[in-house]
Design a protein around this ligand. Structure first.
Ligand SMILES: Nc1ncnc2c1ncn2[C@@H]1O[C@H](COP(=O)(O)OP(=O)(O)OP(=O)(O)O)[C@@H](O)[C@H]1O
Ligand SMILES: [Mg+2]
Length: 352
């Protein structure tokens, strides 16, 4: 672990900013950067990380939700010669177009209603360091064009600004979407795609590296903020067997949340098979279809289902959207529509 790293903590001036800092870049989130693994597949990935880190190449990290993409991005930064400069992360799916542009590139005083002061954008704040654009697949076409321009010219314009500003950043992007398909569908610019994917690093899903599960469980149980409880510190063989048989659709994030829950709820020093939640011991095989109920409208059904999905994933919108088969933008729009947006603006991160 490297504590010399400045993790950018710009003041959160508005709700949207809080969303970014709280989900991606608070120093608390970034304190814990250990990548735990045993599997060969992760060993190879880490060799790749070592090889690409010192280069200036832009990197695209691919992988399902919860596979550790942000951790990998951070690890690349830490192994690069930019390690003593800022690592700034922004979630492209969490903000509407205009807000995202001013978060990313900043704005000049008076450039729009409410722009009372000049604001430095995250790209400028990351100068000399690394800018991590999470959920790049959600980036609006207008901002895609601006990002492309920046990658070509090395300059940005603040919103309402006339002067180009030189910034030196290394870009790491991440997505859980098939970005090449988004290009084919016309949702993502091909020229930008080729600029950001000089090197592609793929984080494998946990079900393809189950050998990592015991080490990860051990790590989460001993490093969690609940370890002071002095219970649930070890796992019985049967319980571990159950954890290893499960496919972990939410990947490491789901495993981490489960470990936290197991630790809090377990009775003794060791976690037993009985402590393991039913859905993990015996994953549902049924088709999940419900009978028609005349008193329930489609609107209520959908709302209920979406809110349940969010609760299931501990408020993690990326994961919920992914499993619901909708984009994160659609999920945000739905939450606004239901008047539930504020409630889910910040999701509870598992213990570090
Ligand atoms: N190999 C690992 N060792 C230890 N912790 C890990 C590992 N991989 C992931 N984690 C932890 O799992 C959680 C999810 O990781 P991360 O946020 O990097 O995933 P992600 O792919 O960016 O997820 P999302 O798609 O939901 O944004 C984090 O708390 C992270 O610290
Ligand atoms: Mg992420």
């Amino acid at each position: 672990m490297n504590n010399n790293n400045p993790t950018t903590t710009l003041p959160a001036s508005q709700n949207a900013s809080q969303l970014i800092w709280n989900t991606n870049t608070t120093s608390k989130v970034m304190e814990n950067k250990t990548i735990v693994y045993k599997s060969e597949i992760m060993g190879n990935l880490m060799k790749m990380v070592d090889r690409v880190a010192p280069s200036h190449a832009n990197i695209l990290v691919l992988g399902e939700s919860g596979t550790g993409k942000e951790l990998i991005a951070r690890s690349i930064h830490d192994r690069s010669n930019r390690r003593n400069k800022p690592f700034v992360a922004i979630n492209c799916g969490a903000l509407r177009e205009t807000l995202l542009e001013s978060e990313l590139f900043g704005h000049e005083k008076g450039s729009f209603t409410g722009a009372y002061l000049r604001k430095i954008g995250l790209a400028e704040a990351a100068n000399g360091g690394t800018l991590f654009l999470d959920e790049i697949g959600e980036l609006d076409p207008a901002i895609q064009a601006k990002l492309l321009r920046f990658l070509q010219e090395g300059e940005i314009f603040r919103v309402g600004g006339k002067e180009p500003i030189k910034v030196d950043i290394r870009l790491i992007c991440a997505t859980n979407r098939e970005l090449d398909q988004e290009v084919t569908r016309g949702n993502f610019r091909e020229d930008l795609f080729y600029r950001i994917n000089t090197i592609v690093v793929s984080a494998p899903p946990l079900r393809r590296r189950k050998e990592d599960i015991p080490s990860l469980v051990n790590y989460f149980l001993t490093s969690s903020q609940h370890s002071y409880l002095n219970r649930g510190r070890t796992v019985s063989d049967e319980a571990m067997q159950a954890l290893m048989s499960y496919d972990w659709p939410g990947n490491i994030r789901e495993l981490q949340n489960t470990c936290e829950r197991l630790q809090i709820l377990s009775d003794g020093h060791s976690i037993m098979l009985n402590d393991v939640p039913e859905n993990i011991r015996t994953p549902e095989q049924e088709d999940g279809m419900m009978d028609y109920t005349p008193s329930i409208t489609l609107y209520d059904l959908e709302k209920n289902y979406i809110l349940k999905a969010l609760a299931h994933f501990g408020g993690n919108k990326t994961q919920a959207a992914n499993k619901l088969g909708i984009t994160i933008k659609t999920l945000y729009n739905k939450l606004h529509e239901y008047g539930e947006f504020e409630k889910f603006a910040v999701h509870t991160k598992p213990a570090k």
